[in-house]
Design a protein around this ligand. Structure first.
Ligand code: SF4
Ligand code: SF4
Length: 261
């Protein structure tokens, strides 16, 4: 079984945020609550300072601290593919995982100040414009078919009172043919299985494949271009690697150097 992972080339990323938009559409996100965000930070000092982009999904860590602290085992590591997922049937919204995650990639919709909401500036609260029914937190206008809802794997429209996060597009990737080394968006036979952010990225800054296969493109990129993981000192062992080998940005080593867009 594959151990899925992502490689993001910071030298190629232009900060266009197409990935953020694609993820929001694919995964029914509330505006301003981005499972796939693009952070920015500065390198150097005036007058030669530069703005750098830093895309940040959930890292689907090999040894995830979010899993260790979850009291109901709602957050779990899927042995088939290495996804870290949330079973919305079991989540009680205690938010321990949000505190334990060193990367700040988990969301609790019920308290999030949404864009245009009462604390987000002028404009209507989008949850009032598209109100939820039953257990749903809201009903986005571009909502995917209900048949795709899969609460055991945190897929669908987020219910009220639970934590959510990037699933590595579990609903697509888990259907890929067994033994596939790379999910290449340019391969017509594979493109339907490629995560939305990877498939959308205009400069092709993202790669997705099997980290356990030494012949996969992601494994070769990590080896040849010295891929690095964010805050490796935490021991979480992210399954997302960054390349920054050229004249582009270095991977920031502390949260203090990263400012949210
Ligand atoms: S990045 Fe955070 S939420 Fe994602 S698996 Fe790692 S510890 Fe868990
Ligand atoms: S779509 Fe690609 S280039 Fe655009 S911000 Fe995301 S990773 Fe960077």
């Amino acid at each position: 079984m594959a151990k899925w992972g992502m490689v993001i080339d910071l030298d190629k990323c232009t900060g266009c945020q197409a990935c953020t938009t694609a993820c929001a559409m694919e995964n029914n996100r509330l505006p301003g609550e981005n499972w796939q965000d693009v952070l920015f930070y500065t390198e150097g000092t005036y007058p030669s300072a530069q703005l750098k982009w830093f895309p940040r999904p959930c890292f689907h860590c090999e040894d995830p601290s979010c899993v260790h602290v979850c009291p109901t085992k709602a957050t779990y590591k899927d042995p088939n593919g290495g996804f870290v997922l949330i079973d919305w049937n079991k989540c009680i919204g205690c938010k321990y995982c949000m505190i334990a995650c060193p990367y700040g990639v988990r969301f609790y919709t019920d308290e999030k100040p949404v864009v245009g909401g009462p604390t987000g500036g002028p404009g209507p609260d989008i949850r009032e414009v598209f109100p939820g029914d039953g257990k749903r937190s809201w009903n986005p206008p571009w909502r995917a078919p209900d048949a795709r809802d899969d609460w055991v794997h945190g897929v669908g429209i987020q219910p009220k009172g639970v934590v959510s996060k990037c699933t590595f597009c579990y609903h697509k990737v888990s259907k890929a043919p067994p033994g596939t080394p790379d999910l290449d968006e340019d391969d017509p036979a594979l493109k339907e299985y490629v995560p939305a952010c990877v498939r959308t990225c205009p400069p092709k800054a993202r790669y997705f494949g099997d980290l356990d296969n030494p012949e996969s493109r992601v494994s070769k990129l990590i080896a040849d271009k010295r891929g690095v993981r964010l805050k490796d000192e935490t021991g979480n062992k992210p399954q997302v690697y960054y390349l920054s080998g050229g004249a582009g940005p270095a991977v920031p080593s502390t949260r203090e150097t990263v400012k949210k867009t």
